[in-house]
Design a protein around this ligand. Sequence first.
Ligand code: SF4
Length: 481
Amino acid sequence: MTLAYEQLLNRQLQWALQEGSMHFEEKSAVHLTLRKITQRLAELNIPYAVAGGMALFFHGVRRFTEDVDILVTPEGLEQVRRHLEGLGYVPVFSGSTTLRDAESGVRIEFLVTGEFPGDGKPKPVSFPDPDEATIEKDNVRWLSLPSLIELKLASGMTSPGRLRDLADVQELIRVLSLPADFGQQLQPFVRDKYAELRASVQDSPGAQTIDLPPILSAPVYQTTRQDRIVGLLVERGKQYLDAEREFVTYTGLREADKLINDLEGHPHAFVIACLMDRQMSTERAWAIPFRLAQRFGDFAFSRLEKLTAEEVKRYMTEPEPLHRFPNEMSKNLYSAIARIAKDYSGNAAAIWSEEPSSAEVVHRFHEFRGVGPKIANMAANLLVCDFKVPFKDYESIDASGDVQVCRVFSRLGLTSPYPSPEAVVHIARALSPEFPALLDIPAWEIGRNWCRPETPTCDECFMQRVCPSALSKTAAGTLSS
Ligand code: SF4
């Protein structure tokens, strides 16, 4: 006999809590059941769309649900009966169209094209043909957002016992910041209700509408959870990008920062600081050009290029070393001065002037001795974001794979847990191909300010409403309270 999943939840609180938590990591029995049944339906060529609470979850409203709703045609339902009943699935009672996964005990309810939501009586909104109302993602076919909202509105409007459906629509409006004109995609029967619910969301305290940036080509209402997360990161990154150039403060020393900020008069200071930014704190590394200037009077390139290798080493090491690896860094510095003199006629600004492509700039930094991909991309990213240097494009500037960024990407569910820096670089390329490093800035900010290794302060983090880690903590709290 198959034990019902919902009964197990009621009987075993500890297990229910665990399931609740796993649900938000998409590993609960309900998620596994959904994967299994959708795979079977696809194998049998039965058109379907995932509806109900799991479709809601897919579209961004994440709450625990204990069953799976699947929309099929009447012919599809016949095939389901013929091919699935008794073969890993059992009807909840004799003759029922609702099956139970024999292994997990999770209930699978089949909704049928042409039937009516809510009170079940004829009305202008009926369950659509799945072939005409789905979007596919990760090999699963989901009810499209307009259809989901339309059905929930019609259901809540006509059945007093289904008011929860109206609350679900409110939540979708809030979480996805659905615009007023989204209502135009809905059946006229439900449009007024949509407008009414949207107005109530707007009037509620703390209501906030977020316009996703144009870099995301999908209309706002098609966004999935991951799109939403990436949209918020991109939006934050673009705020930095679009801001006016300001005096940057990397070192905590006004005079040292002044030298770095003088990109026009001392562009080589920026290049040399980038070279030094390894195996030591950012503050100390970026102050090295200023410390060198203190040691030999000024930082004019005409003076630097006259230094011998021995003199460079002496200035780098005496009276005390400026870097943790003074010998290696002295060689890098001497080599950089020679390259700037030879390749750029003594003017390091030629590396990034005249709107080069991002690939050219990254490559030029990469050519300096001791510079790997991380520093080359960091240099290009700082020029664009902090110094507002225009490039022809930004597509070759990769994310850094910094430890903060790795942690935040993982907690946001953009990568597996404990991703390698390379994994982060690749996923950032996939998620933000026009400017992969744009995701770096907000991720770093989140990691530095709120997403600390031991105790993330999710309540203060602007990703809280979409972050799977934060939501799973909230869910566990809700279940246990
Ligand atoms: S909501 Fe919490 S876990 Fe998620 S990114 Fe922010 S601080 Fe990290």
